[in-house]
Design a protein around this ligand. Structure first.
Ligand code: SAH
Length: 478
């Protein structure tokens, strides 16, 4: 087939869909164009940027017919940044789109039948319902801004209109590039984190700290990470450096403590590798505690620099409550929490289970998990560090039989060996917490083929204004 458009052509097209990256899908004589910023139902004028064999990319010039879902993006740097992808879409429309995206994946990849009718018109009890999986309406936030508890900003040297050429900047990579643009505030970030990042940068500039340069591999400061406890108010600052010696480190610490009285922990992480991976292997406490504390639904958590901790604590509670509900516990069950991080879901489960076993690959997180159980006087949870797909088969050989298995894997989904072990262990219920609907759908297919039935899915909006979709799914043994 000949390609009907060329680079730099200006075309008019109807927008017929939205990709998982949040780009509008246009069609010109049957040829697909992805158009950032265009919404389904719109008619737009766009300039072709790039053409490949099967599809191309175009830049939105103007909307000839606008979608009723279109809103003005409130963030001044939305277009350059790329951290958010859906600020031009109303929040209600986002929530609808996220549910639909889950449905599309379950159908297309999981080959699952979706129960029809009104999603939330009452959920029939397990086992007494008709065919198909129920997909509930997405649980959204009442106030979907300033929800993040963690900021992680790349640091670089200024230039091109950003202060003096040798002064340090920090913020975000310009969309599709590795140029770092300085940022003062981020509307999805908690104000306390914005404030901390701003001040750490100021102190760095004053002390003449050099920024790491990707190309030459020289310079000191690579990233600044700030995490704060929404309930505790405690703040951790992590300086990720290229090299372990920080000149004038005492002045750094003093400056941070003076400017930011909420900081209870200042940590350095050393990363000398030429890599996009943010953290290196070596972590040391510069001042204060090696953890900060936070609380979810009355449970206290110690969180160290390298541990995973959900970034949206308000919605995390909603997510975990759903996971616990799906686990259907009566107080006697044995539960496995795979990919348990610092034991957050494990401890929610432990309050209602007989015994909980958590497994996680990052050793620091498992240390946190053990400490967290003790911190809350929870004695029926134990944790082991290692890959879930190795540890759980061993537990099975040792005679541990789970009534319920909860999994919460990273984006790539569950390891096939883990799914296989679940099918062999035959728990009554599997609760699947997912941050990626496509791998969720793939794994649900395996579990369905192995004798489980996917009953219902609850999408929870953990990442408003971005395309990321979190959901929790209940499966029962046939
Ligand atoms: N359930 C936790 C963490 C979920 S994030 C929470 O809600 O906070 C996924 C976790 O899986 C991360 O902590 C990551 O370190 C861990 N992980 C990644 N691969 C793993 C594997 N193969 N085995 C066990 N854990 C793994």
């Amino acid at each position: 087939m000949s390609i009907p458009v060329q680079k730099n052509d200006v075309v008019v097209t109807d927008v017929i869909g939205l990709t998982h990256d949040g780009e509008g899908v246009g069609r010109v004589d049957g040829f697909t164009l992805f158009i950032q910023g265009a919404l389904p139902g719109e008619q737009v004028r766009a300039k072709v940027l790039k053409v490949k064999k099967q599809y191309g990319y175009a830049k939105l010039l103007d909307t000839l017919k606008a979608s009723p879902d279109r809103v003005d993006a409130p963030c001044a740097i939305y277009e350059q940044c790329g951290g958010c992808q859906l600020q031009h879409m109303s929040y209600e429309a986002q929530l609808r789109w996220k549910r639909q995206h889950v449905i599309d994946n379950l159908q297309r990849i999981g080959k699952l039948q979706i129960a029809d009718g009104d999603a939330d018109a009452g959920v029939p009890g397990v086992g007494q319902r008709g065919a198909g999986i129920i997909v509930h309406d997405t649980i959204g936030m009442d106030e979907p801004w300033r929800y993040r508890n963690k900021a992680q900003v790349p640091i670089g040297m200024g230039g091109a209109g950003q202060g003096t050429p040798d002064s340090l900047v920090g913020g975000f990579y310009a969309r599709g590039s590795h140029r770092i643009i300085d940022m003062d505030e981020c509307l999805i970030q908690h104000e306390r984190n914005d404030d901390a990042v701003r001040k750490v940068k100021q102190i760095g500039r004053k002390l003449g700290v050099t920024a790491y340069d990707e190309e030459s591999g020289r310079g000191l400061l690579r990233h600044v990470m700030v995490r704060s406890g929404f309930v505790s108010g405690e703040v951790m600052v992590v300086l990720i450096t290229n090299g372990s010696r920080i000149p004038q480190v005492e002045k750094w610490i003093e400056g941070i403590r003076e400017a930011l009285p909420d900081v209870t922990s200042i940590v350095q992480n050393v990363n000398q590798k030429k890599t996009n991976v943010i953290f290196g292997e070596e972590t040391k406490v510069l001042w204060g505690s090696e953890v900060i504390y936070d609380e979810l639904d009355g449970i206290r958590f110690a969180i160290s620099a390298r541990s995973f901790y959900q970034v949206n604590p308000l919605q995390t509670v909603a997510l975990y409550r759903n996971a616990v509900e799906y686990a259907g516990l009566s107080g006697t069950e044995t539960v496995i929490d795979a990919y348990c991080g610092i034991g957050t879901i494990s401890l929610f489960l432990a309050r209602q289970a007989g015994r909980v076993y958590g497994v996680e690959i990052v050793p620091e997180a498992i240390e946190d998990a053990g400490r967290n159980a003790a911190l809350n006087g929870i004695t029926n949870a134990e944790f082991e560090a290692g890959p879930a797909e190795v540890v759980i088969p061993r537990w099975r050989e040792e005679g541990i039989v789970a009534d319920v298995i909860v999994v919460d894997p990273p984006r790539k989904g569950c390891d096939p060996a883990l799914l296989d072990t679940i099918l062999k262990m035959k728990p009554e219920r599997v609760v699947y917490v997912s941050c990626n609907p496509s791998t969720l759908a793939r794994d649900l297919r395996v579990l369905e083929d192995g004798g489980y039935r996917a009953v219902e899915v609850q999408p929870v909006d953990m990442f408003p204004w971005t395309v990321h979709i979190e959901s929790v799914c209940l499966l029962v043994k046939n």
